[in-house]
Write a protein that binds this ligand. Structure first.
Ligand code: SF4
Ligand code: SF4
Length: 139
């Protein structure tokens, strides 16, 4: 009985299209709620630092440029991120999103794993200085 079942499976498989994909030549779009690369939208950010405090991996740092003007820079450590989505959940102003189409993040070095988000002039200032201090030290 078992052998007949196996034979049926073999015949069926011989005529079925393969389910494997020719990745990376063929890429299927990720699910809508897939969690990939973090993006930060400064609009609405109050600098409350909830995203920093709630991140279980110390992957986000908040650097205040001008609190009154609500100008901040976010330093995101891609190589620490667990893609859990807690930061996006914690932010009450929808400043953080996790992209569903940027998920091929492997790299040969670590240089690209530190990403600065903010106004271009603020980011430029950082590239001239040595490591700016975050508002909250990692736990
Ligand atoms: S997705 Fe999770 S691990 Fe990554 S920065 Fe947000 S809270 Fe931290
Ligand atoms: S939780 Fe949202 S509003 Fe608060 S610092 Fe983070 S990004 Fe800004």
């Amino acid at each position: 009985m078992k052998k007949i079942g196996m034979l049926k499976d073999m015949i069926r498989s011989a005529f079925r299209q393969p389910v494997t994909e020719l990745y990376p030549v063929e890429r299927r779009p990720a699910a809508e709620d897939f969690r990939g690369m973090l993006h930060w939208n400064p609009e609405g950010c109050t600098g409350c630092a909830l995203c920093v405090k709630d991140c279980p991996a110390d992957a986000i740092e908040l650097i205040t440029i001008d609190k009154a003007a609500k100008r901040f820079v976010i330093r995101y450590h891609v190589d620490r991120c667990l893609f859990c989505g807690q930061c996006a959940y914690s932010c009450r102003f929808n400043c953080i999103t996790l992209s569903n189409d940027e998920w091929e993040l492997a790299d040969l070095g670590r240089d690209n794993y530190t990403v600065l988000y903010g106004e271009p002039e603020d980011i430029e200032q950082f590239s001239l200085e040595s490591e700016p201090e975050p508002d909250i030290e990692p736990a």
